[in-house]
Design a protein around this ligand. Structure first.
Ligand code: SAH
Length: 339
């Protein structure tokens, strides 16, 4: 059966049956553990003109900030001492961070954590040569969502990016030995049920180690300000189908989901998500990393308490383990000749 047919078959299942299967699949692979990743939003400067994103050049009413190299490394060091073993550096596409700067930051984090913490990057679409440099500097994982599988919609929301290039990047990440992460938005204008089904099928075909999806939330300072927030029921359904089709991936319950619906984080953990990404950056900057309005994680303590509650309510426990993807573990075993 083709991937697309299998997605359609799962899409037709009664929801309670679908969620039972996805919860079972998550439990088989990750038990009741939820991995934590420390997220650092290092800059909200961005030269891109993505029509959905609140830190794109469309937003003229935003205080722009960037963290220094030392601030980023210190933040990882302090949080490593608190138990975090994975750091995700995400930012706007800020040209003042060169490849050399990123390599130096990666080296700095590895040194500050005795090489024991995983470094994940989410820097947008980068050429193969840059991805190779970051990998050689020690980066372990890279997140880049394709956002939508429909090339027409992609062109509307990212007028200056090339759809095929973005897909190629995901392939490049796999070739370079990263744990690759991708995913998409739910509820972009022009999207139909078919688009979501194709988004899921494309995700499966890209062979990622991690998948993050979330509802689109319109930002008032962007061209899409009058659109609706993505349907959270569809976020649930897509999460469940992805967990069934890609049982070994790491899958966060994204912050946008809990912003759109305060119960959604718990619900996603119950049906297949196994990762949370608390924002460990300086509190003063969080309000300005405005991908969308109403962001729920602008104070570490309250945000962390909310996450703990969602994990408890979902009947799970937090794990501070490095949380490698099971897919990668298997590949490692294979290359060592054990299987
Ligand atoms: N520039 C980087 C990082 C983008 S921010 C890149 O292109 O990969 C990370 C993710 O936030 C994006 O991939 C997008 O899916 C999500 N995002 C951006 N704006 C959003 C919005 N208005 N609502 C919900 N999610 C959004």
């Amino acid at each position: 059966m083709t991937v697309s047919k299998e997605v359609r078959r799962l899409w037709q299942l009664p929801e309670n049956e679908l969620y039972r299967l996805s919860a079972e699949s998550c439990n088989l692979n990750y038990g009741n553990k939820v991995f934590l990743r420390g997220l650092i939003e290092f800059s909200n400067f961005c030269f891109r003109d993505c029509t959905y994103c609140g830190i794109s050049i469309h937003n003229k009413n935003l205080y722009r900030y960037r963290l220094s190299e030392n601030e980023i490394i210190d933040c990882c060091k302090n949080n490593y001492e608190q138990g975090f073993k994975t750091f995700v550096l995400q930012g706007g596409e800020d040209l003042s961070f060169t490849d050399d700067t990123f390599c130096s930051i990666i080296h700095g984090i590895k040194k500050a954590t005795s090489g024991k913490a995983a470094v994940t990057l989410s820097l947008g679409n980068k050429p193969y040569s840059s991805l190779k440099k970051y990998r050689e500097a020690g980066a372990d994982r890279y997140l880049i969502r394709f956002e939508t599988s429909d090339p027409e919609i992609f062109h509307q929301i990212k007028p200056n990016e090339n759809f095929r290039d973005r897909l190629q990047t995901i392939d490049n990440l796999n070739k370079l030995g990263y744990e690759s992460g991708t995913g998409f938005l739910i509820g972009l204008p022009g999207e139909t049920e078919n688009t979501v089904i194709n988004n899921i099928a494309l995700t499966v075909e890209l062979n990622p180690h991690m998948v993050g999806i979330g509802p689109f939330i319109p930002h008032p300072e962007t061209p899409l300000k009058n659109c609706n927030t993505g349907n959270t029921g569809i976020v649930k359904k897509a999460t469940a189908i992805l967990r069934i089709l890609l049982p070994e991936i790491n899958m966060p319950a994204a912050t946008a989901s809990s912003t759109a619906d305060s119960n959604l984080r718990r619900e996603l953990l119950e049906i297949g998500a196994n990762v949370l990404m608390p924002n460990i950056g300086p509190n003063k900057n969080k309000i300005n990393y405005q991908l969308y309005p109403g962001k729920s994680c602008i104070n570490f303590s309250t945000d962390f308490a909310d996450m703990q509650k969602a994990v408890n309510d979902a009947g799970k426990i937090i794990s501070m383990n490095i949380g490698n993807s099971k897919i990668k573990d298997l590949e490692n075993i294979k290359t060592k000749g054990a299987i």
